[in-house]
Write a protein that binds this ligand. Structure first.
Ligand code: ZN
Length: 213
């Protein structure tokens, strides 16, 4: 697996302690390039970030060592950062939810020339998902990189190869002590990453995950 270390956070932007890791959490950024997300983290004072950002072309950026940690979940359960510490976060660079106007799609909740979206669209159907119907689709290159990275991290950190059947069902109570692979929206009811357009079956197959109830 090729990991790019060109975008590297200084050591005062994450916590250098190395707690035991037994969870992987997938996110999407709702942002521009991987670099723009990195630049934001580099200047924020809260030590927010994930060890990895995957660019739309499948490039995997490791922005700090995955043994370390930063805040990436925003859970209101104590003690502070308890799940952030034990988990490795992976951000997918993506616009996230899209707005539709006259057959065109716009990102970041704003109709403007700068927010016009031209990529593949995922339609969650009339019922929508967490309040949105349309999302930027995750590209095949991104999914290939996600699977490769998750598979590698599961081996490196000896994390159980299991996951809930759904990657979009909120179940914080059921999952807070679980060792596995989940997405952010399973831990937060107000988040829509990762949306139902993610090919979870592919992750299950390629990472040899056992599906649990
Ligand atoms: Zn997230």
């Amino acid at each position: 697996m090729k990991v790019n270390t060109d975008l590297r956070l200084p050591a005062d932007q994450y916590f250098t302690e190395t707690p035991k890791k037994d969870l992987i959490v997938l996110h999407h950024t709702v942002g521009g390039s991987a670099k723009s997300t990195f630049d934001y983290w580099r200047t924020d004072v809260e030590r927010i970030g994930t060890a990895y950002i995957i660019e739309r072309d499948g490039t995997i950026y490791e922005v700090f060592p995955p043994e370390c940690w930063a805040y990436h979940l925003g859970l209101k359960i104590g003690p502070m950062g308890v799940v952030d510490k034990r988990s490795i976060g992976i951000e997918i660079a993506s616009e996230g939810p899209l707005m539709e106007r006259d057959g065109k799609f716009y990102a970041f909740g704003r109709v403007a020339e700068q927010t016009l979206y031209s990529g593949e669209v995922f339609d969650a159907g009339a019922a929508g998902f967490r309040g949105y119907r349309y999302f930027a689709a995750y590209t095949p290159q991104v999914m290939a990189a996600v699977c490769e990275l998750v598979d590698s991290l599961l081996t490196q950190f000896n994390i159980s190869r299991q996951t809930p059947a759904s990657h979009t069902e909120f179940d914080l109570n059921g999952l807070r002590n679980y060792s596995n692979v989940v997405t952010h929206c399973q831990l937060r009811a107000d988040k829509s990453d990762c949306h139902p357009g993610m090919d979870w079956g592919r992750s299950v197959r390629e990472c040899a995950l056992r599906v649990t109830e």
